[in-house]
Design a protein around this ligand. Structure first.
Ligand code: GRF
Length: 211
């Protein structure tokens, strides 16, 4: 069975695009709906270009509205979605709602930690490694159990923008790979996946192997 995936996005939607590009052919999932809290989100244009229904929420805090928008989705993916998901929707999608975050959680996450603030905080901390995390969504921002992480080096002289670009390239590979693996497994509770192969991603790193 091909899993139906809804993507929630507030911004430009490059992670949505990575999912759209991956969810074709033999892939175990398809993006079937795109949901945003902003009518001007670039993600909505990507959805329309892909011929998908794009829904703009009137009130992202309204559990009934969001539940209706998610419809019969098997998996909900938060990809740059900046609103808190109402608890009733979290409960309904337990183990079937995931988020991508551009740092190694539990560090550098939580309310207000999004966009370049995350990367600025990583640089200010002096950390030499950052990365991307995909985790289950619970009732708090960036708090649910981690499913998979991909470390990325912090380089001397990095700016928040440079770091964001390096992490984003990894996000575009990690998120579709996690969605595919969860779909293949049929969304059992509490999946934890580990990257095999090279620890650090580079532009031409070998194909992603999650176990
Ligand atoms: C990504 O860095 C994601 O991790 C974060 O928001 C950003 C969204 O980028 N949650 P995009 O809209 O997918 O381009």
């Amino acid at each position: 069975m091909t899993a139906r995936v809804a993507v929630l996005a507030s911004g430009g939607g490059t992670n949505l695009q990575a999912l759209l590009d991956a969810g074709t052919g033999e892939a175990p999932f398809r993006i079937t709906r795109v949901i945003s809290n902003r009518s001007d989100a670039g993600a909505l244009d990507r959805a329309r270009r892909a011929g998908l229904a794009a829904v703009v929420l009137r009130n992202p805090g309204d559990a009934a509205e969001l539940t209706a928008a998610l419809g019969d989705s098997d998996l909900a993916v938060l990809a740059g979605y900046l609103k808190l998901v109402p608890a009733a929707v979290v409960a309904r999608f337990r183990w079937r709602m995931i988020n991508i975050h551009p740092a190694l959680l539990p560090g550098f996450g939580g309310d207000g930690m999004y966009g370049s603030r995350v990367h600025a905080a990583v640089l200010a901390s002096g950390a030499t490694v950052t990365g991307a995390s995909v985790h289950y969504v619970d009732e708090a921002f960036d708090r649910g159990p981690v499913i998979a992480q991909w470390p990325v080096p912090v380089r001397p002289g990095d700016t928040p923008d440079a770091l964001a670009a390096r992490v984003l390239a990894v996000e575009h590979r990690l998120l579709p790979a996690v969605a595919a693996e969860l779909a293949r497994r049929g969304f059992p509770p509490g999946v934890r996946l580990h990257l095999s192969g090279a620890a650090f991603a580079s532009g031409d790193s070998p194909s992603l192997d999650l176990r």
